[in-house]
Design a binder for this molecule. Structure first.
Ligand code: C2O
Ligand code: CU
Ligand code: CU
Length: 479
């Protein structure tokens, strides 16, 4: 089948928010889509790879006229794209060249918390550096790096601290999928911003406790971008990197496309669709087939009814290889039926947002789960359908499977591993959750102002039979 709807509940779309900021067609000339450079390792051996990631301030020519003051990783805005091969021992030097504390959170990587994971307990102070190392044992995926200091994650991301991190493995490399970075395998970081006087950002002027928005779509840091298509098939790695915005994506002429991957793995089988909605922090990899298009043709990617990227078709070699029918085998861990189902409640809007009726406290461990033990987690959004919102629920330190939505089958494109799932108002989404690494991990709504506003909790995972390690947890006073 070809799916033709966004699946999420229409009355809860952000377009119905009182504070909704609609996207506007940018009144600036089209520019080539920025393709972030691939970050070069400092050195690499057969078994190890070494990187340096520097958070830095800079200026970026985003609009005609004055440059915009922005932050980025090894770049003036967003960052260079980082590639982590599964199985290699990865060493990263984290440098903070910013005027304030930041953290380096690997959203979607299964690495130990709370330090390597880079959540709020892993500060790197201005002018300092830290070293982390880990070895990934997870499927190939499109993940990302973003700042995560509590409670200024949203402001730092708004300034530009977000970049893609591609996890690669032999299985996905062996599949007949577009693989050539920058040519037929393209990152698309979807964000929105408001530019004030002299083209500057002003986070505080735009502040909204339900999530900061702007009227200008900024894709890989480019306003009004076009991309020159030179292959019949194009793989787009989509990331909702916005603080609050949901992206309801479709192409001109309802051109169908095929989703091949979600947040943290390929999908078991490709899913063909004409519409795709991403909530904050979600990723999707899609393959678009331009078969039949002629040089000079244009295909436009829209968010709702606003064009956000123009694909300009050039001559290409025919490529009619079918996508593999089977992409990935999901091995779901079994849950002991005697175990109780864990309940998580996301409630409220604006300053009232809470998780399990509480505001986040960095010093408080809210839950415990043994490593290696699979459990069901029921995530409930208690908002009302009319006037409520979709809250994207995210977990650190693991990937989960979506088992059901209010007892019904999950959406057809959420059948692989994920780390973020949009929960509709009045809905309970059942997840299958297993941690493999002991540590402390945050879980929260990924509307970034909601997480900064306290819609967040943390869990300690532990090895049964061993003494519980003590972690040094930040608190507001140690900031
Ligand atoms: Cu993108 Cu706490 O995460
Ligand atoms: Cu995360
Ligand atoms: Cu929320």
């Amino acid at each position: 089948p070809i799916y033709t709807d966004y699946f999420f509940d229409e009355p809860a779309y952000n377009t119905h928010d009182g504070g909704y900021v609609p996207l506007e067609r940018p009144a600036v000339p089209a520019k080539p889509l920025a393709i972030p450079a691939l970050l070069k390792p400092d050195r690499e051996t057969a078994t190890d790879v070494y990187y340096t990631v520097t958070a830095q301030a800079g200026e970026t020519q985003i609009l005609p006229g004055a440059k915009t003051k922005t932050w980025g990783y090894n770049a003036s805005v967003l960052g260079q794209t980082i590639v982590f091969p599964v199985g290699k021992h990865i060493h990263v030097t984290l440098q903070n060249h910013l005027p304030e504390l930041t953290t380096f959170h690997w959203h979607g990587l299964i690495v130990s918390g709370p330090y390597v994971d880079g959540g709020c307990h892993a500060p790197v102070y201005p002018g300092e550096e830290k070293h982390i190392d880990f070895t990934l044992d997870q499927p190939a995926a499109t993940t990302w790096l973003h700042a995560h200091p509590c409670p200024s994650t949203a402001e730092q991301v708004w300034h530009g601290l977000a970049t893609m991190v591609l996890v690669t493995d032999a299985h996905s490399a062996s599949l007949p999928l577009p693989h050539e970075y920058g040519v037929d395998d393209i990152p698309l970081v979807l964000q929105d911003r408001r530019f004030h006087e002299d083209n500057q950002l002003d986070y505080h002027a735009d502040y909204d406790p339900d999530g900061v928005q702007g009227p200008t779509a900024v894709i890989n840091g480019t306003v009004n971008p076009y991309f020159d298509v030179t292959t019949q098939k194009l793989r787009l790695r989509l990331l909702d990197g916005a603080n609050r915005r949901e992206w309801r994506l479709h192409f001109s002429d309802d051109l169908p496309f095929t989703q091949i991957a979600g947040d943290t793995s390929l999908l078991p089988t490709p899913v063909t669709m004409t519409k795709l909605m991403l909530t904050c922090a979600e990723r999707a990899e899609i393959v678009v087939d331009f078969k039949g298009r002629q040089p000079g043709d244009k295909v436009t990617l829209f968010a709702d009814d606003v064009p956000i990227v123009e694909f300009r078709i050039h001559a290409f070699q025919p490529d009619n290889t079918a996508l593999p029918e089977h992409l990935f085998t999901v091995s779901a861990p079994t849950v002991d039926p005697a175990l109780p189902v864990r309940k998580v409640v996301m409630s409220g809007m604006d300053e009232q947002v809470m998780l399990d009726g509480k505001k986040f406290n960095m010093q408080r461990i809210d839950a415990k789960q043994p490593v290696g033990q699979a459990e069901y987690w029921d995530i409930t959004n208690t908002n009302e359908m009319h006037g409520g919102m979709v809250h994207p629920f995210h977990m650190h330190g693991t990937s989960f499977l979506v088992i059901s939505r209010n007892g019904h089958a999950p959406y057809p494109n959420e059948t692989g591993f994920k780390d973020t799932v949009g929960v509709n108002p009045g809905e309970t989404v059942r997840l299958l959750v297993k941690f493999d690494l002991p540590g402390v991990y945050m879980y929260h709504c990924h509307i970034i102002e909601h997480e900064d506003g306290g819609m967040m909790a943390q869990i300690q995972t532990y090895e049964p039979g061993k003494p519980l390690p003590k972690y040094k947890l930040m608190d507001m006073d140690t900031l």
